[in-house]
Ligand binder design. Sequence first.
Ligand code: OSB
Ligand code: MG
Length: 373
Amino acid sequence: MKIERVTLRQISMPLVHFFETSFGRTTERHMVLVEVHGEGATGWGEVTAGENPFYNEEWTESAWLILRDYVAPRVVGRTVEGPEDIAPLSAHIRGHNMARGGLEAAVWDLAARLEGVPLWKKIGGGPLQGKPREIPCGVSLGIHDTVDALLARIERELADGYQRIKLKIKPGWDIDVVRRVRERFPGIKLSVDANSAYTLADADHLRRLDEFYLMMIEQPLSHDEIIDHAALQAKLATPICLDECIRTAHHAEQAVKLRACGIINIKLGRVGGFAESKRVHDAAQAAGIPVWCGGMLEAGIGRAHNIALAALPNFVLPGDVSASKRYWKRDIIQPAVEVTPQGTIELRDEPGFGYALDLDFIRSITVREESIG
Ligand code: OSB
Ligand code: MG
C-alpha cells in the first residue's frame, strides 16, 4: 500500500455542554483531522489531543506541528505492507502519541476501505458467540456547578439507557458528591475519575470511597506514577483503573506486575494508535484484566474509531463512548452515532470506520488546512 499524500485539517466545534475535569473546563474543541490518500482511496483519522497540555503533554498546536514536520514526511511516499508498519516509522519521536496515533488510525481506515471490510473486522474484533457485537456504553459526567444539577443529569442519562455513570472528581468535589449520588441511585454501576488530582498522602481520604462500592477509581494519582498507584491499590478495596499512566503495552505489563490496577482504560490516541491499543488489550487479557474504551470528547471520526476498537473481545466493561448528540449539535459524520435504549452502540457493516463524512460541514468549520506530498 503506497501512501501518496497526507492532508491535515484543523476544525473547531463548540460543545453542547461544557465538560469540566480536575484540570479544567472545556467549552469548545479544536481538533486536527488527518486524511491519508493512497491507492486511489482515502482514510481518515482524528487526533485526540486536548486544547491545552493538561491531560497529557499534547495539545492541538503541538499535534499539528509534529504531524506536519515530523510524522507525515516520514510516511508520505512510502510503500508499506499494512497499517502495522506505520507506528514504527515515527517511533523515534519521544511522546506525541496522540498526534502519531491520529495518522496511524487513518491508515487503518484506509486499509480497511481498500479491502472493503469494516474497520472493527480489520483490527480483529467482531461478533461474540455468534451474536452481532454491540458496544456497551457508559457516560462520563464532568464536574457540575451544583450536586442537584449533577443528579438531574444522571437521571437523564439513565433514562437514555446508559449502563454506567462515571463522575469526575477532585479535592472538594468527591466524597460528599459521591455519597449523594449513591443515596439517590443505590443500584447503578458507578465509577469516578480523578485525572491525577491526588497524591499518595491522600490514601486515607480516598479509602472513604470504598463504602460506595464503585466499579473503579480511575487515575487518582500522577499521570506518570505507576508505583504509587500500586501502593494505593494495596490500601483500597475498590479497583484502580489506570488511564493516563498507560501509554504503551509495556506500561500495561508493568502495572499488572506491580498490581497497580485491576482495570485498564484504553484510549486509541494516548497509546499511539490501533496497533499499540491491540497490544495493550492483549497484555491485559493475558493477565485477566478487563479493559474499556475511554473517550476524549471526540468528533465523529474519533468516535467511530473508538467504536471499532471496542469490538475487540476483552472490552467487556461499558466505555466512555456515547451518542454524538451529547457533545455536538451537528457531528462531522452521517448518521450521527446513536445509542440504543439498552445503552449500546451497534457496529456498522460499511467498509472503513462505517460512517459517511459530512464534508460540507467539515469545510465550513475548518480553520486551517495543509497537505504533505
Ligand atoms: O480522563 O477519561 C478522561 C475527557 C477529556 C480528557 C480526559 C478524559 C475525558 C473524559 C470524557 O472522561 C470522555 C468522553 O465523554 O469523551
Ligand atoms: Mg480518565
